[in-house]
Design a protein around this ligand. Structure first.
Ligand SMILES: Cc1cc2nc3c(=O)[nH]c(=O)nc-3n(C[C@H](O)[C@H](O)[C@H](O)COP(=O)(O)O)c2cc1C
Length: 407
């Protein structure tokens, strides 16, 4: 296992290393937002614009970072979110990330569209993980996935509701990472010029969408990608959510909520938790940042269900900002993939350690001693109103910071 050097201080450091170690088409796929990436930018702009109220008149020597998420003890209020094709960032990335998360004491969520299947991961880790479901056109297959997750002992099902259709990422088209994927000379060069990544991939349990294995005769990558795309279902609605609720015996998280009315509908349909998310800026470009809407959703349904948030978390200070806005916990997407691409399991562990250290420091300086008793007034200035024009169109200073541009 490649060790994480001591000089690594931030998730941004890991991001840079990951860019050197993982072929460009896959880093592009991971980093990009949809269309003009306005929402991707706004996620960061709005987190960056928040200011803390610094408090210094308290004893903060004992700080409690542990809490629970849906009854499960977590060492910090963070979970690893579902990311499709995680195993393309590093071979068997789903297993490596799940092990890192479990060793650290936080949940790992496996995507329906991961390269490794529910069973692949379950047979390689110490305990069950959370499973994320995309609703398939073939409802029989959706039901089958729910049953497989239950059989694997997954305590929590995350139902993603914001993928009726897929947002377009321009870079994937440029790189031939579509359906079917194209092996262009540039892709081949990119792969052969990253020998450790390529060699590791030779030892992957799978190169294609494992949860769909057996659904196409040949099992080749192009056919599998075609199947995954053809299964995208734009007809699902709150009734479908009720149907999933009736099938799933465990806890249910509804992911991809940005609107108070949708949140109320999800709660009424039986959600145990809401995950406020704009899919990391990968779906509706022009949707509000999660920082700008989380508080209103917590105010509307926070007394009935747990409210989590994702999209844009890159530091422990971001976690504290979201907690201060009312979220119970944050999910991370790209942040953990940077660690995975850079130093595999140890890299994911490093991401979690960094988040913990930074959260702890930020708590001390805001006078907070328990993540479960978070005063809202630690936020001195909140994010802009969600109707504020997005960063790119307003020509503000955020145009070029920490947001991915194709090179
Ligand atoms: C490469 C990548 C793949 C993703 N795949 C899925 C997926 O399969 N299912 C899902 O519900 N969300 C998926 N997401 C969204 C994440 O779960 C999460 O909402 C998002 O990454 C949060 O934003 P962040 O990356 O800024 O932390 C994906 C995100 C990325 C970056």
């Amino acid at each position: 296992m490649r060790k994480v050097p001591e000089w690594i201080a931030s998730i941004e450091d890991l991001r840079k290393i990951a860019h050197a170690r993982v072929p460009k088409p896959f880093m592009d796929y991971m980093e990009a937002g949809s269309f003009a990436q306005l929402t991707l930018r706004d996620n960061r702009r709005d987190l960056d614009s928040i200011r803390f109220r610094e408090r210094v008149m308290f004893d903060v020597s004992n700080r409690k970072l542990e809490t629970t998420m849906l009854g499960e003890k977590v060492s910090i209020p963070v979970a690893i979110g579902p990311t499709g094709m995680c195993g393309a960032i590093w071979s068997n990335g789903e297993i490596l990330s799940c092990r890192a998360a479990h060793d650290f004491g936080v949940p790992f969520s496996l995507s329906t569209n991961a390269l490794l299947s529910i069973e692949d991961v379950r047979s390689s880790v110490d305990r069950p993980f959370w499973f994320q479901l995309y609703l398939e056109k073939d409802r029989g297959f959706s039901k089958e996935l729910i049953e497989r997750a239950d059989k694997a002992g997954c305590p929590v099902l995350i139902l993603t509701m914001d993928l009726h259709v897929e947002g377009t990422r321009y870079c994937d088209k440029h790189n031939g990472l579509g359906v079917p994927p194209k092996l262009t000379p540039a892709n081949i060069w990119s792969i052969v010029s990253h020998p450790p990544w390529a060699l590791a991939m030779l030892h992957s349990k799978r190169w294609s969408f494992g949860n769909y294995a057996g659904k196409v005769k040949s099992g080749n990558v192009a056919e599998m990608a075609e199947l995954v795309k053809s299964q995208l279902d734009s007809s699902f609605d709150v009734k479908t959510l009720e149907w999933v609720r009736s099938l799933w015996p465990g806890k249910l998280v509804v992911k991809g909520i940005l609107d108070v009315e949708d949140a109320k509908m999800a709660v009424k349909a039986g959600a145990d938790a809401i995950l406020v998310s704009n899919h990391g800026g990968r779906q509706l470009d022009g949707a509000p940042s999660t920082a700008s809407v989380i508080s209103s959703i917590v105010d509307a349904v926070g007394d009935k269900v747990e409210v989590y948030v994702d999209s844009g978390v890159r530091s422990g200070l971001d976690v504290l900002k979201f907690l201060g806005l009312g979220a119970r916990a944050c999910f991370i997407g790209r942040a953990y993939l940077y660690g995975l691409g850079a130093y595999q399991q140890l890299g994911v562990a490093k991401v979690l350690e960094i988040l913990k250290d930074e959260l702890s420091i930020a708590m001390a300086l805001t006078g907070v001693t328990d993540v479960a008793k978070m005063p809202r007034d630690i936020i001195l200035r909140g994010p802009p109103d969600p109707t504020t024009p997005s960063a790119a169109t307003s020509g503000g200073p955020y145009r070029d910071i920490r947001v991915y541009e194709e090179s």
